[in-house]
Design a protein around this ligand. Sequence first.
Ligand code: TYD
Length: 211
Amino acid sequence: MFITFEGPEGSGKSTQLILLAAWLRGLGEDVLTTREPGGTVIGDRVRAILLDPACAEMRAETELLLFSAARAQHVGQAIRPHLARGGVVLCDRYADSSLAYQGYGRGLDLATLQVITAFATGGLRPDLVVFLDIDAEAGLRRKQLHAHDDASQWNRMEQETLAYHQRVRAGYWQMAAAEPGRWLLVDASQAVDAVQAVVQARVRQLLPPRP
Ligand code: TYD
């Protein structure tokens, strides 16, 4: 089973992913937790370029291809092998981030993006996309609050305008509305435990029946 976590900055994806992983492990599942861009040595190197404020002049096309290059490696080296062993993969961001940020956010053609994404992933799509939805401004504020713990997190992507982050969020909504069977939209402004309960309830339905 392949589950991805999506949402604007500061939506609490990584916290929810860690909690879900612990719950699934408690049920005996073999869980791989990973993130994009990253998840492999090559992916982490690409990540460093993408998030570096010194790379501010990067073109949208370059950005998309770098995310896609990291993803191609991630799918082939980490995600598919774990799924093939019967494990569960929980991934913090995946292809839908490219559609939201480079497509809806930066205005790259969505049909082209879909072709590039299909090439990079070999057509691997998540069984469930957990969309943690939060108002773009509230999310950025949350992220800024946590920035003292790790200043490097306040990176090139987050320095974008509020309008850009609002387009990203609206893009997520459109994708969630188009495929309600595959997307779970959760109000991420709720308490951590409340959000997790909604996520677990949905994931429980996807697990094979237990004796
Ligand atoms: P990260 O520090 O992982 O942010 P977050 O905690 O919000 O996930 O940085 C990832 C950044 O890269 C984030 O701003 C979203 C962006 N991104 C894209 O623009 N396109 C993509 O395909 C992916 C995977 C991420």
